[in-house]
Design a protein around this ligand. Structure first.
Ligand code: GLN
Length: 557
């Protein structure tokens, strides 16, 4: 293999300070200097993938083209690098251990005692190399999840240490740390970061660069302190203050000359001279920031609440896709998270007393979006919202569950099939408008839930002359990513079509309904996709469904 460069990114002090965005931004600034970049995410949990985790626990499950269900950071990498990443670029402790244990059961280690070090670290490094062979990048950025000092990610840091030992000139370490400013003290404190660096030292690793996350920029004194205490060069301590938009982060990194420092440490020379190469990125950020008027979008879902906190992380790709689309049109997307339970007469007291009054509040929004979801809870609330959007001609975008429920609403209120439902919600409904896909029945019977949905990128044929066809640039075939077990029941397609619903995207064999829309003379924008267009939207190439949705919403405004 030709010499290849690796940047490991680890976290110090605490989680949730933007290690994923920092890793993605490192990728962006280096790709802007003319290098081919690949990004890998390592998650320390034992789940074999992220697919079985409750979104409220873990945030969004991000699906790759291959169908692997991964962590939302993979979404950040794809959005910042403006690319699609292969499944080899994601690993969990569960995946690594399962592989090693399965191999041991097959006598794959020829009778040896199989141990975490060396066999687990060997497997981690094998996976990294497989990814490099597949992507053939110049540099791979590898983010190790969790925080330094945790038991569960230590084996990955050990693998990284071994890689550095074998290739001293090709491996560097970046620590993304946090510097608190306690309100009573009023001074930015470096001690937690000093301690985190010492913890990393105890693994045999010295960080080359510290990305110092804090509420404000770091001053020279703090940089000096870290330099003195930990032997990290002062100009290798990068100030990373809070920003309004995550897309500012690469630009901010360059204020401290991060790409130049990284290249120097890796022994590389920029392929495009001194320019940062970020001009298209900066234009995009300026357009987003310069937006004068806002569109108000209601996102009606159910995975928002964790105690007293609202978790928009569950829908992060949708949130980002709305921003990308609005930015492209010179608008600002103002997102309002609404809990579908508030529109469900079984779930909310207020809705029970006065549903039409509760629904009327929706008329203040320029567009309504119902995202993907699972299970029966608060589903009637979503159907009520969709009915309101359809009847009052408010632009509507339904994604996955949001499309399935729109089809159910149409069947109930336009076709008069009052008990129309999904068998996910009501097993014995007489009108199974949405039904489990035949190949899924066995999975459900055998309780096989992990990685068993219809997952990943599939083609859809677009109907000429439809809104879908126009928005995707008059392509006959598109590819988008899926994550579902149920589908529109083909037995009802003729009935729905006769009553005006258009299925403008279908699978190549014609069986699966992938896109649903109403004609322009009936509704300004009533559009649903069985796939998740949010997974492929990037700030430089916003997803067409989101762009048209925001366009329709701004017209209403
Ligand atoms: N629960 C639905 C299904 O499994 C929709 C899934 C989704 O919205 N991602 O088909």
């Amino acid at each position: 293999m030709r010499p290849h460069k690796y940047i490991f990114v680890v976290g110090g002090v605490m989680s949730g300070v933007g290690k994923g965005v920092s890793s993605a931004s490192i990728g962006r600034i280096l790709s802007a200097r003319g290098f081919k970049i690949s990004s890998i995410k390592i998650d320390p949990y034992l789940n074999v993938d992220a697919g079985t985790m409750n979104p409220v626990e873990h945030g969004e499950v991000f699906v790759l083209d291959s169908g692997l269900e991964t962590d939302q950071d993979m979404g950040n990498y794809e959005r910042f690098l403006d690319t699609h990443l292969p499944e080899e670029n994601y690993m969990t402790n569960g995946m690594v251990f399962k592989y090693v244990i399965d191999k041991e059961r097959r006598l794959g280690y020829g009778g040896k005692c199989v141990e975490p070090t060396y066999h687990i670290t060997e497997e981690i490094l094998r996976r990294i190399k497989v990814s490099v062979q597949k992507m053939k990048p110049d540099i791979t950025v590898i983010e190790i999840g969790g925080t330094v000092g945790e038991f569960q990610n230590a084996i990955f840091i050990e693998a990284a240490r071994i890689l550095k030992l074998q290739n001293p000139a090709d491996v560097i370490f970046v620590m993304v740390s946090y510097l608190p400013v306690p309100s009573k003290i009023g001074e930015m404190k470096t001690k937690p970061t000093q301690t985190a660096i010492r913890t990393l030292n105890s693994y045999g690793v010295q960080p080359d660069i510290i990305i110092a996350r804090a509420s404000t920029p770091l001053d020279k004194k703090r940089k000096e302190k870290i330099a003195q205490a930990n032997g990290v060069r002062e100009d290798h301590v990068i100030s990373a203050p809070d920003v309004d938009s995550i897309y500012d982060v690469p630009i901010n990194f360059e204020k401290d000359g991060l790409s130049e420092t990284l290249l120097k440490l890796l022994g590389l020379r920029s392929k495009n001279g001194h320019a940062t190469g970020l001009s298209d990125w900066k234009r995009m950020v300026a357009r987003m920031r310069g937006a004068k008027s806002a569109v108000n979008i209601a996102v009606v879902g159910k995975y928002f609440k964790s105690g007293d906190f609202v978790l928009s992380d569950v829908y992060i790709s949708i949130l980002e896709a709305l921003k990308h689309a609005a930015g492209k049109l010179g608008k600002k997307a103002r997102i309002h998270w609404l809990d579908s339970a508030d529109f469900d007469q079984h779930e909310s007291k207020e809705a029970k007393r006065n549903l039409s009054g509760v629904l009327r509040k929706l008329s203040h929004y320029d567009g309504i979006l119902v995202p993907g979801g699972f299970g029966a809870r608060a589903v009637e609330g979503k159907i009520n919202v969709i009915c309101y959007a359809r009847e009052k001609k408010i632009p509507y975008l339904g994604i996955c569950y949001g499309m399935q429920l729109a089809v159910i609403e149409y069947a109930r209120n336009v076709l008069g099939l009052k008990r129309a439902n999904s068998t996910e919600i009501a097993k014995d409904t007489p009108d199974r408008l949405i039904d489990v896909m035949p190949e899924q029945i066995k999975n459900l019977q055998k309780d096989v839930y992990g990685g068993s949905m219809r997952l990943g990128s599939y083609p859809a044929l677009l109907k000429k002359g439809s809104m879908a066809y126009r928005m995707y640039g008059k392509k006959n075939v598109i590819r988008e990513r899926h994550r579902h077990r149920y589908e529109v029941n083909p037995d009802y397609v003729d009935m729905l079509t006769q009553k005006g619903l258009i299925f403008s995207g279908v699978s190549p064999d014609g069986h699966l309904m992938e896109i649903m829309e109403l004609p322009a003379q009936k509704h300004p924008f009533f559009f649903g996709t069985q796939f998740h267009p949010e997974f492929t939207s990037t700030p430089l190439h916003p997803g067409p469904a989101f762009v048209e949705f925001i366009r329709a919403a701004s017209r209403r405004r």
